[in-house]
Design a protein around this ligand. Structure first.
Ligand code: OAD
Ligand code: ZN
Length: 246
């Protein structure tokens, strides 16, 4: 079966690079983006230029973020996260590339420096002008007191979750690190991503072109299934559960 073949591929690989999307976190209670209950199925994303230009867009973005706060705060790593953490501790996984912003790879035991966050992190905020970090509690207090999204205490520019919105520049260090990881692995695992958002979706292709074997684990088809060495169209927790260890 697919899972047995995956087990063989994992056993035979020495450098495995996982690349994760929102599908790995649905078991943890966090909705993905493009499923029937997905965030972008329910709400139009707020592009970066709107966030920069309009106070009402910033207010809406923060309202949405705080509406999700209980969900993010309660989320614990699922079987997918825990399996990857076990492979990391076994020395087979040097780092995880993720499109996720939920911090669950870090919570699962992968050190922050080895989680390459292509789309940032929603558990804290940054000023879009000077980059100063702000904590969500501070943002929430400001929001509750004034009714408006906050501006930076240092430079007065808007404060945003430390995530990458559509139209916002990708983080250059993370892009470089992901490229290097994709080019220097022998097994690349694309897990729980629809693989439609670029440039992130370029990394499985880069890994395959660089000689790695490519496995796609996702319960729906993707555009890259045809170049994969193995496609497991099944639940991530069920598929990776056997690799969690103890
Ligand atoms: P998507 O919502 O586009 O894709 C998640 C995929 O995971 C879907 O194909 C689901 O069917 C699948 N899935 C969900 N739960 C699963 C499970 N338990 N087992 C197996 N498959 C499951 O999410 P991403 O590909 O991560 O970016 O989205 C990419 C980017 O689009 C995100 O990082 C975000 C979004 O806009 C930004 O916000 C910049
Ligand atoms: Zn600032």
């Amino acid at each position: 079966s697919g899972v047995e073949q995956l087990g063989d591929m994992i056993a035979n690989a020495s450098v495995i690079v996982p690349f994760t999307g929102a599908g790995i976190s649905t078991e943890s209670g966090i909705p993905d983006f493009r499923s029937p209950n997905g965030l972008w199925t329910r709400n139009r994303p707020i592009p970066f230029d709107e966030f920069v230009a309009r106070q009402d867009a910033r207010d809406e973005a923060w309202r949405r973020r705080f509406a999700m706060q209980d969900t993010f705060a309660a989320a614990r790593p699922g079987r997918g996260h825990r399996a990857l953490a076990a492979l990391y501790k076994a020395g087979k996984v040097p780092a995880v590339i993720t499109q996720n912003i939920d911090n669950l790879h870090q919570t699962s035991g992968i050190v922050a420096n080895d989680v390459v966050e292509l789309h940032g992190n929603t558990t804290y905020a940054r000023c879009i002008g000077c980059g100063k970090r702000h904590e969500l509690d501070w943002v929430r207090h400001w929001f509750e007191r004034t009714g408006y999204a906050p501006h930076c205490t240092s430079c007065d520019e808007p404060v945003k979750t430390a995530t990458i919105s559509f139209g916002q520049a990708m983080p250059t260090g993370e892009m470089r690190r992901a490229s290097e990881l994709a080019q220097h692995c022998d097994l690349f695992l694309a897990i729980g991503s629809s693989l439609v958002v670029w440039p992130a979706a370029g990394f499985p292709i880069l890994a395959k072109e660089s000689g790695a074997k490519l496995v796609i684990i996702n319960n729906e088809p993707t555009d890259q299934d045809e170049i994969a060495d193995l496609v497991i169209r099944y639940d991530i927790g069920e598929t990776l559960g056997p690799f969690v260890g103890n």
